[in-house]
Design a protein around this ligand. Structure first.
Ligand SMILES: [Zn+2]
Length: 430
């Protein structure tokens, strides 16, 4: 099966960050040429007046929480957590599946082609991912048994999930550790060993709030990253979400260990956890940073276009410096740098021959995208692009969104079902 995406403005995100007018040829799920193609493809897609770019990669979310959108807004973190946990406790396996499909649909429509998830019941989430046609890096949550409602041992559940989902084309299973506040050293090291044994990586929450760091320090006499470095937990290829409350020494420890960071600006701002992740220092020390939306209960969308914009604005405002986090860097964080964060920089993140065909097409015929030229296209994508400009999404060489229509399921019928499921969940939690 071959597809020729013809005549678009291609934002390649290759090492030269080339933007060129031309064609992208896809064959059997891979990009085979970029520029001017003379092939006779099975299908030609007209991309004139459109931007063709790599699909966005959301490096931290809890997709099944989409069913819990806007359930606890404008309240302090403790109230937010109380309400979220109370509703979460009433969730059925059906709610997980419906929430995951809802989140996958939102991402398919807003240009995300790959996401990293942290939750349990990832087997149900994997089904939603495959049904919609997204690429999911799915981490089964591991924590101490005394803190969880999971049936059985979390580490064993995670191992079973990894073994049963290894090698699937759209699923990459991984180990998710909830955070130092619910994971003993033993649990953390078991997770690390499992990831090494299964040739995958660990994803974890890290130093999201000041209180969490303060309490850990009070209990253990050290800051979380200092402790994790000391016990030998930090590993090359780890993906740490949030990473807000870090000292410069902790940033250096992450850089030394080659730990990647998923920065979640919207969630951090909305929960008013205070503090701003030290991104300029991370860049200076050589930490690779991507972006994540976090779950829908603290965001309340999974829109990576908004995440790029908010990231840039948050750091500019905080540093009194309009040059901090320029548009190109934000786009890198959502594409090439994100691919590196998940160990997939040879396969994903840019439009280059040999890479997997995960790309999106944005129609520039919307007011906020006019004018779009090669010299302003990146700024438009980060600061002006509404996610509804996404017209098509191709993942693994297959259409997932085509002419703004979800390809693999009846979206309207599903949305009605999700609305009913959300009402029923809220009623059970009352
Ligand atoms: Zn999270």
């Amino acid at each position: 099966m071959s597809i020729l995406v013809k005549g678009g403005l291609v934002v390649t995100q290759n090492w030269k960050r080339e933007v060129l007018k031309g064609d992208v040829l896809i064959e059997n799920g891979k990009i085979v040429s970029v520029g001017h193609a003379k092939a006779r493809p099975d299908e030609v897609v007209d991309a004139s007046g459109c931007i063709v770019m790599p699909g966005l990669i959301n490096c931290h979310t809890h997709v099944a929480m989409s069913l819990m959108r806007s359930i606890a807004d404008d309240v302090k973190l403790d109230k937010f957590l109380d309400k979220t946990f109370a509703i979460d406790a009433k969730r059925t396996p059906e709610d997980v599946a419906v929430g995951a499909t809802l989140g996958c649909l939102e991402m398919a429509r807003s240009g995300t082609t790959t996401f990293v998830d942290m939750y349990y019941s990832e087997d149900a989430i994997a089904k939603s991912v495959e049904e919609v046609g997204l690429r999911g890096y799915l981490g089964w949550t591991v924590l101490d048994e005394k803190f969880t409602t999971q049936k059985g041992k979390p580490i064993k559940n995670c191992e079973d999930f990894i073994r049963s989902h290894k090698g699937k084309p759209l699923i990459k299973p991984l180990v998710a550790l909830q955070g130092v506040y619910v994971c003993s050293d033993e649990t953390l090291m078991e997770g690390k060993e499992l990831a090494a044994k299964e040739k995958t990586f660990c994803h974890y929450h890290l130093s999201e709030t000041r209180l969490e760091v303060y309490e850990f320090q009070k209990l253990r006499g050290k800051r979380p990253v200092e402790h994790l470095a000391e016990i030998g937990f930090l590993s090359k290829g780890d993906l740490a979400a949030h990473s807000v409350w870090l000292t410069i020494n902790e940033v250096r420890a992450l850089a030394r260990a080659e730990v990647n960071v998923a920065h979640c600006p919207t969630s951090n701002m909305k929960l008013a956890s205070g503090g701003i992740a030290p991104l300029p220092e991370m860049f200076h020390e050589g930490v690779n940073v991507s972006l994540g939306t976090d779950g829908c209960s603290s965001n309340n969308t999974l829109d990576m276009f908004l995440e790029m914009k908010f990231a840039s604005l948050m750091h500019k405002a905080h540093r009194w410096d309009a040059a901090v986090l320029p548009a190109q860097k934000c786009l890198d964080m959502a594409t090439v740098d994100a691919a590196k964060c998940i160990g997939a920089d040879k396969e994903l993140g840019s439009i280059e021959p040999g890479k997997k065909a995960d790309l999106i097409i944005l129609d520039c015929a919307v007011p906020s995208m006019v004018p779009t030229r090669p010299d302003n296209v990146v700024a438009n994508l980060v600061y002006a692009s509404p996610s509804h400009a996404v017209r098509d999404s191709i993942i693994d060489g297959k259409f997932v969104l085509r002419d703004r229509k979800i390809v693999n399921l009846d979206e309207m019928k599903f949305l009605k079902r999700a609305d009913v499921a959300a009402d029923q969940l809220l009623a059970r939690a009352k």
